[in-house]
Design a protein around this ligand. Sequence first.
Ligand code: Q9C
Ligand code: ZN
Length: 352
Amino acid sequence: MPRLTSKDIPVFFHSRQLDHRPPYEWAGGERIRHPETPSRIEAIFRCLTNEDTLFTVRAPERLPLSWIARTHAPELLELYQTAARDLKADESLYPFVFHRRRGARADPSQLNQTGAFCLDSGTPLSASTWDAAVWSAACAFEAARLVGRGDSRLAYGLCRPPGHHASREQFGGYCYLNNAALAAKSLRPKGKVAIVDIDFHHGNGTQEIFYRDSKVLFVSLHADPKEFYPYFSGYAAESGAGPGQGFNLNLPLPRGCDGREYLHVIETKALPALRAFSPAFLVVSAGFDTYKADPIGAFRLETADYEELGERLGHLGVPTVVVQEGGYYVQHLGLNVTAFLRGLYKGGRNVS
Ligand code: Q9C
Ligand code: ZN
């Protein structure tokens, strides 16, 4: 492993993440081509490796099951492994009977009961899903490990499938394992962790995992859930529970939100909350479906806004792990990711 210089932003990626290929999703009664494609991370990978002065890409080590089990229910992990064993190579499983678990039991060795573990009809299981999700989680975990050890002030997990919609017990929103939550969990013994979620959609899974936790602050900017996925969470009134009361901050934004408006909310709401919390580590759930051309988002951010956003977060001067979430305009995805990471790097340099 090459020694890190101050110029390196370590990036973690594994080619097995490409094997998960959801063919379509159900949206408005229609079968549409699935936006969460392997080409997304191929595009980011290409862009990062062309910028040879800033990034060093390497493969993570495989993440032990025991680490994943600190964040996810054993039944959910068993279901993924059942799918890996029982589905044919070209098969995708979309549940069509869902139920609210509320203590009800479901059998994770029966794929017919997948609906008990799943939130929506856009997130199929295939035989390759489990492996791809584990490698994706490993990318976040290794990035967190470097930052946690103090070996780097900034690291990026080129995660895919994404993670922030996956809760302890359920998958959905194209997400299977909550990569950001795994990263935060691994850092938490070393100090308080703030998670900032800038994906277009509310990170319901991450919120749920840390909802009662006062050592992990969750701050999320996202589209108003009245109108957009995940519909049932992301409202401003959700502020944490029990000991975690006051450590969850939802900042829903209106359709059409542009960079000015977005950065204003960052400046006036998100950053003050982050500074007041004074975390030892920052985890960014970095989605780029806020981009003006995104096919499923409805905001209007531009590439330069991501650099600005990165710089402002970088000014916090907190060691930072960036985890890739959404972003579906593949043509400019790599550009936007690079702009954001460059901003974080520049912003962080001007602090210490
Ligand atoms: N046809 C992430 O960005 N369905 N997930 C939207 C649009 C779910 C997005 C329907 C969107 C989930 C990680
Ligand atoms: Zn999203």
